[in-house]
Ligand binder design. Structure first.
Ligand code: X2X
Length: 487
């Protein structure tokens, strides 16, 4: 009886303070708050805040206790640690004053803005992070400066991770690309407190070496993660052939502009519709031409030579347009073909030429930068949809970091000092070989740098490829890419 009276009293008190009855985790709740206003609404019922919401670093901060209790979470304040905690269903969120690290079920998440104690003496926290982590949606009306949090009423379900998640990688672990894949897996593990364990399968081991099958496997969900080339997916995602259009994207600035631009966004959203979520982009690199027969300075030098290309039809068209013979082959078979002289040449970036020791097979290299292949750091949508938002965030943050390192690693020495400085300043990494071109030359390879006139002859010879392939890529994507590059 006494207990009941106390409980009733508490309920009355709460209702008095907050003007509403706290809700349960499985109820639908709509909370509206406006910047600078102490009037808030919970399911249309007006209530007073003792501290109005504020904006900092483009993020809305709201009183910590109010939002937690309005959503229906249990809220706690630890004065010693200066930490706010929310318990909502199976979820446990801890935010610390002044810290941009939030801990969600033991997993670290980065915040754009740290919780703080305002001059009013009230603690405020980033509303979007807390609400979205609890599964609510957040709307921001920039006109009225009102933020609306809608809790859907879906109960929070504890996340059960698989013991192992698979990752497709076409090359081996010693390539910059392979090291990038390991870095991504490692960072995901670290950022998720060991919960998400990704195992890279090198050499397309899960695809029996058939590198051009990865997109299909990832989109179907038979492989969870991928760090692989756009070339190997371009048979399915036709717009990816943009990167293989001969002599179209000829500088690192241009590839960066496309990746960040509208054309890049469209290609990524096309892949998402097909079931592959791109969380970051790495790079294989500008593909250069090598062979065992002679220096190549003009298209006619390629007559009668047979080149190994990837099993992506645009490459066969390009080599035929240049008057050469081309044979499609998986990477797994290519090195044997170089060894046995079954082909005279091939094309691949420095990031592949060095670890494969191309000088053991080919003594001639032409720097012609004719195509580039970004690497997609992707997740199967089937797998992605099983992750709570805080896990998704950890996976994406890890991918962005791994891709930045990988891109700088494969570009090092090929873009002046830009990438060398990124490696050194951001990653405290000084690789042994900094001058990749010089290193290959030092191994006895004769390197041709095409003059602008020589390059023009290759461009002229491959014009016919444009007529056919712009249709396949999509005129719209092609036009957007030109715009992105400022052409
Ligand atoms: O097969 C190739 O040439 C490689 C390693 O560059 C790709 O996977 C596209």
């Amino acid at each position: 009886m006494k207990k009941l009276v106390v409980m009733l009293l508490v309920a009355v008190l709460l209702a008095g303070v907050f003007g509403f009855t706290p809700v349960k985790a499985d109820q639908k709740v709509v909370i509206q708050m406006t910047i600078g206003s102490t009037k808030a609404y919970v399911n249309s019922k007006e209530t007073a805040l003792d501290q109005p919401p504020v904006i900092e670093n483009s993020r809305t901060l709201v009183p910590f206790r109010f939002i937690g209790e309005a959503v229906g979470a249990k809220v706690d304040w630890n004065a010693t640690k200066k930490a706010v905690s929310y318990v909502f269903g199976d979820l446990n969120i801890v935010l610390t004053i002044g810290s941009t690290t939030a801990i969600v079920n033991g997993v670290e998440n980065n915040l754009d803005v740290a919780p703080k104690i305002l001059s009013s003496g009230r603690t405020v926290i980033p509303v979007r992070f807390v609400s979205e982590t609890m599964g609510a949606t957040v709307d921001w009306n920039s006109k009225t400066k009102m933020v609306t949090v809608t809790v859907s009423g879906k109960p929070v379900v504890k996340f059960n991770a698989k013991a192992e998640y698979t990752m497709q990688v076409n090359v081996g672990p010693a390539f910059g690309w392979g090291m990038g894949a390991q870095k991504w897996a490692h960072l995901v593990k670290e950022k998720t407190g060991g919960l998400i364990n990704i195992k890279p399968y090198f050499g397309s081991a899960l695809l029996a070496g058939k590198q051009t099958n990865w997109f299909q496997a990832v989109s179907e969900g038979s492989i969870d993660f991928v760090m692989d080339s756009t070339i190997n997916a371009s048979g399915v995602v036709k717009s990816l052939n943009l990167f293989s259009l001969p002599f179209f994207i000829n500088t690192y600035e241009n590839v960066d502009k496309i990746e960040k631009g509208e054309s890049g966004k469209q290609i990524i959203s096309e892949m998402e519709k097909l079931g592959v979520i791109t969380v970051a982009l790495g790079e294989n690199g500008f593909r250069e031409l090598t062979n065992s027969k002679k220096p190549i300075t003009k298209p006619s030098d390629m007559n009668g030579l047979k080149f190994r290309v990837v099993g992506s039809p645009i490459f066969v068209d390009i080599f035929h347009a240049l008057g050469a013979d081309a044979v499609s082959m998986n990477w797994g078979d290519a090195v044997t073909a170089f060894q046995q002289g079954a082909v005279d040449g091939q094309e691949n970036p420095y990031g592949v030429l060095l670890p494969v020791k191309i000088w053991e097979y080919h003594k001639y290299l032409s720097n012609w930068n004719y195509a580039i292949d970004p690497l997609i750091l992707g997740v199967s949508k089937t797998t992605w949809d099983t992750f709570p938002s805080y896990i998704k965030k950890a996976i994406q943050d890890a991918a962005i970091e791994a891709a930045e390192w990988e891109k700088a690693y494969v570009r090092r020495g090929l873009d002046g000092f830009i990438s060398i400085n990124i490696l050194k300043d951001k990653f405290n990494d000084v690789p042994e070989i900094l001058d990749q071109t010089g290193y290959v030359r030092h191994q006895g390879v004769q390197i041709v740098d095409l003059t602008p006139e020589q390059r023009q002859a290759f461009i002229d010879a491959t014009k016919s490829v444009y007529d056919k392939w712009i249709q396949t890529i999509g005129q719209n994507i092609y036009d957007l890419a030109k715009k992105d590059m400022g052409q």
